[in-house]
Design a protein around this ligand. Structure first.
Ligand code: BJW
Ligand code: ZN
Length: 310
């Protein structure tokens, strides 16, 4: 249950009224209300694996089949999930205020599906629905590929007794990658128990995995793994925005603020004059602990964010 002290809310909304240049930094916690697991803490396990240990180039080199199954599962879950009131409230704020930009670490596509204006949405860690080739000399990539599963061998329902038959099980039906088709799939996020280890993880070979139409090489998810650079054009765009005038406010929503350079934007904003508001389920946040935030609202972002942006 959300706890909002009315004095805090009042002083925050008073300040917000005078704000023009606002930044939001989003993390996995904003999508928790949509039923998607976070990375750290409870829910940060996929089968026996720590989610962050699979989000590395080394894990993919080592066992692309395993890492693809993890991402195929994440794609499936994200497609079954719906944006929540926090995604919609931020989308609405962006429509009202063209001096507001959002930096999201999330790859789940929920802000986009809440109609967040895209020119004000910066994807720091890529997207589950972008795909790119791993071959050194090949620059193949594609965006907004909602095919689920992305390859027949990655059909999670086939390997899990916990899900009903998927659309692709219907013989003779052509694979489609439209978002609408993916959303019509009947299974729901609740149907999958990620801690369930009864179904062994199948060992897949390269032929089972998504292949590049240009060079037959192995494709990979277009997300940013540890040790990889964030998209340069996105970082430049943010830099230009940050440097162009003082910042009034940064909203830090549902992130452990433990991954850089994303977490560093809190200090960047503060150094450009911003006040800091943190929305998090847990009160022992790094940004909070350092005594460095001006308002802290503890609780579910899905409840708090629409409330404080009203
Ligand atoms: C709720 C809630 C509810 C729950 N309501 N709240 C030392 C110092 C500085 C940097 C480094 C360092 N050592 C290594 C580095 C670099 C490294 C890094 O930061 N490591 C740290 C772990 C220390 N960073 C990188 O490697 C980055 N690249 C880089 O630095 O490149 C440099 C370079 C330059 C030039 C050439 C080459 C390299 C890349 C980082 C990529 C991170 N990728 C991932 C995976 C993305 C794909 C995928 O999704 O699978 O991004 S890891 C994972 O963590 C994911 C997330 O976006 C990211 C952040 O996690 P997030 O969103 O904060 O989630 P959680 O789970 O941590 O927190 C959720 C929060 O929500 C919690 O606080 C809950 O309480 C809260 N919550 N329910 C509100 N209902
Ligand atoms: Zn290729």
């Amino acid at each position: 249950k959300a706890i909002i002290a009315s004095v805090d809310l009042q002083s925050f909304t008073e300040y917000l009224k005078g704000c023009r240049r606002i930044l939001a930094l989003l993390g996995a916690g904003i999508s928790a209300a949509s039923g998607l697991p976070t990375f750290r803490g409870a829910g940060g396990l996929w089968r026996h694996y720590d989610a962050t240990s699979l989000a590395t180039p080394e894990a993919f080199d080592d066992n692309p089949g395993l890492v693809w199954q993890f991402y195929s599962y994440r794609r499936h879950m994200a497609l079954q999930a719906q944006p929540n009131k926090a995604h919609y409230a931020l989308a609405e704020l962006s429509r009202r205020n063209k001096d507001f930009i959002t930096l999201t670490q999330n790859v789940d596509g929920l802000s986009q599906r809440a109609q967040h204006p895209l020119e004000q949405l910066n994807l720091l860690h890529g997207s589950l629905f972008d795909i790119k080739c791993t071959s050194f000399y090949c620059n193949y990539s594609r965006q907004n590929d909602f095919t689920d599963p992305i390859a027949p061998a990655l059909d999670i329902p086939k390997h899990s007794s916990l899900l009903g038959p998927s659309k692709t099980d219907k013989s003779g039906e052509e694979a489609s990658n439209s978002l609408q088709d993916a959303l019509e799939d009947k299974a729901t996020a609740k149907d999958v128990d990620i801690s369930d280890t009864n179904n062994p993880i199948p060992e897949l070979t390269q032929e089972d995995l998504p292949q590049c139409p240009k060079c037959n090489g192995l494709l990979r998810p277009g997300v940013v793994w540890f040790g990889e650079p964030l998209p340069t054009d996105t970082l430049e765009k943010i830099d230009n925005w940050v440097e162009s005038a003082p910042i009034d406010l940064i909203l830090v929503i549902g992130t452990s603020s433990s991954v850089y350079p994303a977490a560093g934007y809190v200090d960047v904003a503060r150094n450009h004059g911003a006040k800091v508001v943190v929305v998090n389920m847990e009160k022992d946040m790094p940004t909070r602990g350092k005594g460095a935030c001006d308002w802290f609202f503890q609780g579910d972002a899905g409840v708090i964010v629409p409330e404080i942006l009203k």
